[in-house]
Write a protein that binds this ligand. Structure first.
Ligand SMILES: Nc1ncnc2c1ncn2[C@@H]1O[C@H](COP(=O)(O)OP(=O)(O)OP(=O)(O)O)[C@@H](O)[C@H]1O
Ligand SMILES: [Mg+2]
Length: 461
């Protein structure tokens, strides 16, 4: 990301110098001005990401400057600096559209937090504007939305595997879009004119699954009053989507293997084989490798279906896509004209989304329906548990109570935060914290964090 630039306005030269130094140390570019009119000129020529201005200045004061800036660009973020005991001024500034205020004297941490939050909002806003410009289409593939690198990989895989007949195994947590991807593969394949038959292996009752998949002959068992064509035959010429394949009964796993090898099936109660021309796309949210080790899933079948694995990222691993998805769903629900307050995205970013995209879609549908302001979706419209996630943002780790804190506790919290955010992927968690993987492992051992790692990637909704 390119350096973010802050226009800093204060008539007090010594305070300006200290602030300038502090901000530069934080990695920001600083454009300094000593009065309002100089600041306005710089605002026009330099186009800063954020403005921080003192209120009390001779000539054009901070309040006038704020009004002028808002007149030029209503969206631009301005933080005002007010003197101790002048809360009324701060309130007035907020009414005029200041994003936030800090009261003199302030400490470095306080300033840092306010700026970080403002710039985050600024980034989300620019992103939202980008989306409003109807760029959504560019980042989607058959209605699968995503502009993150992880999703670009998925799109690339879909493009590559679709034209071929190879079996595909789609892995991912619940609600990550496995069925959507399966459909995209089929409808971009030469078999697109054939049926796409989805079978949820965990939802069909045990005693029916065999006849559902393979069909049966009249009289094969009690209740088989007529011949039945199974899903494999129905999908001949097209594709069969075996969802939740990990839940397929062990004996049927052997039969499925046979279908894949021989390209023929036998209806229940009829020994005559029937040729089928199918492509199999399977999906699971379970850890098949762990099931192999436990003997719950057949090795031979696993190798047969795991020809081309596609791993779908959890939503928390591609949090950058959340605004894009939110806009997509907002439009889908016919609410294209409703704005989404940037703070909503902040809360979304801090929430772990165990139910992934499906959960995001449901949350948006509900919140849009129940919102108080017709023109804007606000944080206050969100369900409690998601609003609460904003409060548990790591930024608040640095709120230091008067009685002090335990540095090791803070370190442990940060490690946990980073590991959870990256689904316990050590390489990514270490990169996030700016340390080596070895250093991360050392610290995980020190704090006994290994034991908290989920045993498999099985996820609950
Ligand atoms: N990348 C995406 N872009 C847009 N919509 C998505 C995306 N991923 C998922 N969805 C939407 O989220 C919902 C869940 O998707 P889907 O049913 O494909 O997930 P799944 O991985 O099969 O979930 P489960 O494991 O619970 O069956 C659907 O409404 C789908 O349209
Ligand atoms: Mg599914």
């Amino acid at each position: 990301m390119s350096e973010e630039r802050i226009l800093l306005v204060d008539d007090d030269a010594s305070l300006r110098k200290v602030l300038e130094f502090n901000l530069e140390q934080e990695g920001y570019g600083v454009i300094a001005a000593s009065n309002g009119s100089e600041a306005l000129k710089l605002f026009d020529t330099e186009d800063p990401d954020l403005v921080i201005t003192d209120i009390k200045m001779p000539g054009i004061d901070g309040m006038d400057l704020l009004k002028e800036i808002k007149r030029r660009d209503i969206e631009r973020l301005v933080i005002v600096i007010t003197a101790f005991g002048t809360i009324d001024t701060a309130i007035e500034a907020m009414k005029l559209g200041a994003y936030d205020y800090i009261t003199k004297p302030f400490n470095r941490d306080e300033l840092r937090l306010v700026i970080r939050k403002a710039l985050e909002v600024q980034r989300l806003r620019s992103r939202a504007q980008l989306l409003e410009a109807q760029l959504v289409e560019r980042f989607s593939f058959e209605n699968i939305i995503g502009a993150s690198a992880r999703m670009a990989e998925v799109f690339e895989m879909i493009r590559r595997v679709a034209p071929r007949d190879a079996t595909v195994l789609i892995k991912g947590e619940s609600g990550t879009g496995k069925e959507l991807v399966a459909r995209a593969i089929h409808y971009n394949s030469p078999r697109r004119k054939g049926n796409f038959i989805a079978v949820n292996c965990s939802a069909i009752p045990e005693n029916l699954i065999e006849s559902e998949l393979f069909g049966h002959k009249k009289g094969a068992f009690t209740g088989a009053v007529s011949d039945k064509v199974g899903k494999f035959e129905l999908s001949s010429g097209g594709a069969i989507f075996l969802d939740e394949i990990a839940d397929l009964r062990f004996d049927l796993q052997a039969k499925l293997l046979r279908v894949l090898q021989e390209k023929e099936i036998e209806r229940v109660g009829d020994p005559r084989p029937v040729k089928v021309d199918i492509r199999v796309i399977a999906a699971t949210n379970k850890n098949l490798e762990a099931m192999l080790a436990n003997g719950q899933f057949r090795d031979d079948l696993y190798h047969r279906i795991n020809v081309i694995p596609i791993q779908l990222p959890a939503l928390r691993e591609r949090a950058d896509d959340i605004p894009l998805l939110a806009h997509h769903f907002k439009n889908k629900f016919g609410e294209a004209t409703c704005r989404i307050e940037p703070e909503v995205f902040l809360a979304f970013r801090n929430y772990p989304w165990p139910g992934n995209v499906r959960e995001l879609e449901n949350v948006l549908q509900r919140s849009l329906l129940l919102r108080k302001d017709a023109e804007c979706l606000k944080v206050s419209d969100l369900p409690d548990h998601i609003r609460g996630a904003a409060a548990s943002s790591p930024e608040f780790l640095f709120h230091i109570p008067d009685e002090g804190i335990n540095l090791e506790e803070v370190e442990k919290e940060l490690l946990l935060y980073s590991l959870r955010k990256h689904s316990w992927n050590q390489t990514r968690a270490a990169r996030f914290l700016g340390i080596t993987r070895q250093a991360l492992i050392y610290r995980m051992e020190k704090y006994g964090l290994r034991t908290e790692q989920p045993a498999s990637d099985e996820q609950s909704q």
